[in-house]
Structure formats: structure tokens, C-alpha cells
Design a protein around this ligand. Structure first.
Ligand SMILES: N[C@@H](CCC(=O)N[C@@H](CS)C(=O)NCC(=O)O)C(=O)O
Length: 222
């Protein structure tokens, strides 16, 4: 059995889930407690996602999706796939935290939504919501500095336009008539922020993106 150790709002984790869902591969999820990373005692790697496949422990989302694809999903890739998956990991993903946690008020509201989908006892949920909405705006500030993001929303929408114009380029999916490895990667990171405003913002700004996202959803989200 495959087990994914995750946070439900983690873009790296959703990248993995979207590929597993695409492959119709059964798996179970374990929500790791972000305050103490409880649940990951069996590995020295203290970040999610972590995937176990029987006795095997696989860490780092890029390695995990390659492992899933080689062993289970067999989604197609083309010569440009790596350029796009690198763009997802090195550019697109960095806009999410500044958009979802720009300040304490928005972060608190979004954590309310996030906690609805996580499996914690109520007292832990309150601690995580409070701690998270204090810490995450600081993380967002640090990320903006590190990746020289000035206007997170404008730059994010420009990235969405880049994906729609140059990735989809008039096709139903990046993969053509069927989604492929790259579609799962782009969809996955955005799916993590589905109820947190980022998908709505992108859909409102780009109709081709909106249609693509809605085509992917029943295939990759579960
Ligand atoms: N390079 C890693 C990044 C994973 C990552 O940053 N995960 C975050 C959650 S979105 C995490 O586990 N943070 C907890 C921590 O750093 O203590 C990957 O691609 O798997």
C-alpha cells in the first residue's frame, strides 16, 4: 500500500496526489502535525511529502513523482516537460504562500478553511491555526525577498497567462487530448490552494486556464 505523509494545503503534496489520482492508484494519506512534524518519526527527512511504498521511503516531491510515474502512473513526458516541471517548482509555487498568507487576518481566515480538511483534534486545530497565521505571513515575507517577488498577485497572474499561452497553447491539456505528467504537476500545486482564493483569482483572469483547470479536476482531484 502507498502511504502519503502530507499537509492537505501543501503544494508539493498535492503535486504527488494529483499524479496518484490521475493513475487511479489507491493510497492512504496521513496528516502530519506541522507544529512538531509528528508522524515522520520513521525518517530523518522532516518535510512533507514523504511517500512509503511497503518498506521503501521516498522523499522530495520531484523524486516522489518520478518514482510514481515510473512505477504506477506512466504519464507521458515530452522534450520540454522538465522545463515546465522546473518552472512549477522554481517559479509558480513561490507565489502561493504570499497570496494565501499576506497578513495575519487573511492567513487566519485561510487557516480556518485549511483546518476544515485536516484530521486533527479540536485543540490541536486551534493551536495550529493560531501558530500558523502568525508564522506564515513571516514566511511569506521571507519568500518574497528570497525570490524577489514585488507584486505577488500581478506576477502570479502573469505566470498563469504564461502557462495558458505557452503551455496549453490552444490544446485541451499540455499533453494534447489527454493530460500528462506536466498537467498533473501544474494542477497539483494550484489544487493545494483551491479553496484559498488562488484558483478563483486565476480563473477570473484567464478563461483558457479556467477551462483547463475544470477539465483536470475530475481526473486529478480526490
Ligand atoms: N523540496 C521539498 C519541499 C517540501 C516542503 O517545503 N514542504 C513543506 C510544506 S509545503 C514542509 O514540510 N515544511 C515544514 C518544515 O519545513 O518544517 C519537496 O519538494 O518535497
Amino acid at each position: 500500500m502507498l502511504t502519503l505523509y502530507q499537509f492537505n494545503s501543501c503544494p508539493f503534496c498535492w503535486k504527488v496526489r494529483s499524479l496518484l489520482n490521475y493513475a487511479n492508484q489507491p493510497y492512504e494519506t496521513v496528516d502530519v502535525n506541522p507544529m512538531e512534524m509528528k508522524g515522520l518519526e520513521f525518517t530523518d527527512h522532516k518535510k512533507v511529502p514523504v511517500l512509503t511504498d511497503g518498506d521503501k521511503v521516498i522523499v522530495e516531491s520531484a523524486t516522489i513523482v518520478d518514482y510514481i510515474n515510473d512505477n504506477y502512473a506512466h504519464a507521458s513526458k515530452d522534450a520540454e516537460s522538465k522545463t515546465w516541471t522546473d518552472w512549477v517548482d522554481q517559479t509558480l509555487i513561490h507565489y502561493l504562500t504570499p497570496l494565501i498568507h499576506p497578513n495575519l487576518t487573511t492567513s487566519w481566515r485561510n487557516f480556518g478553511q485549511i483546518m476544515q480538511t485536516e484530521q486533527y483534534p479540536w485543540y490541536k486545530a486551534i493551536l495550529i491555526r493560531l501558530g500558523g497565521s502568525i508564522v506564515m505571513p513571516m514566511v511569506a515575507k521571507r519568500l518574497k525577498k528570497k525570490y524577489t517577488i514585488q507584486d505577488a498577485e500581478a506576477e502570479y497572474l502573469s505566470a498563469i497567462n504564461h502557462w495558458a499561452s505557452n503551455g496549453l497553447a490552444g490544446k485541451s491539456f499540455y499533453g494534447g487530448d489527454r493530460p500528462d505528467f506536466v498537467d498533473c504537476s501544474v494542477f497539483g500545486v494550484l489544487r493545494s490552494g483551491d479553496k484559498l482564493g488562488v484558483v478563483k483569482t486565476a480563473k477570473n483572469s484567464n478563461a483558457d486556464f479556467a477551462a483547463w483547470y475544470d477539465r483536470c479536476y475530475p481526473i486529478m482531484s480526490r
